[in-house]
Design a protein around this ligand. Structure first.
Ligand SMILES: [Zn+2]
Length: 158
């Protein structure tokens, strides 16, 4: 089974991913493209050079990164990819060459004010990357990371 998970930012997609996990290979696009998950690879370095210049990473590079991340698995979930119609078409072509297809698309529809609330109250530990939300998932001690004890939190972003 191949599924494509589309959701607004700041939604607890991890819950859905866990529910679907079982036998599936999960490719979280933002972790590969923005999070350095493919650092050291040729495409990853190219993507990084665009981001460092503050430019959008071309779809062809993103698609290549996704293809490497899928790694010839037959069953996988793409989280946050494709993000536009060109990426969707390119994905279809790439999968067709492998004899694969997207079987399901899961869209998490969340009211805009809820998304804004989640973004506004999001905190990320600068030291270890732990993610908190001051309303839904606050640290045990205000302003202190549960995991590493760091006091430095940023609003982060995704
Ligand atoms: Zn921490």
């Amino acid at each position: 089974m191949d599924a494509d998970l589309q959701h607004p930012p700041e939604v607890a997609a991890e819950m859905v991913e866990k529910a679907l996990k079982e036998d599936l290979h999960i490719v979280i696009a933002s972790r590969y493209v923005e999070g350095g998950g493919c650092e050291g690879t040729e495409l990853g370095m190219k993507a990084k050079s665009y981001m460092e210049k503050g430019e959008l990473v071309p779809d062809s590079i993103i698609l290549g990164i996704i293809e490497e991340a899928i790694n010839n698995e037959k069953d996988f979930i793409l989280d946050g990819f494709p993000r536009n119609i060109n990426q969707a078409r390119a994905l279809d072509e790439m999968l067709a060459k492998k004899g694969l297809d997207v079987n399901y698309v899961i869209f998490l529809d969340v009211p805009e004010e809820e998304i804004i609330k989640r973004i506004a109250y999001r905190r990320v530990c600068v030291k270890c990357g732990a993610v908190y939300n001051l309303i839904f998932n606050p640290p045990k001690t205000d302003g202190i990371c549960d995991i590493c004890g760091s006091k430095t939190h940023s609003k982060g972003g995704r």
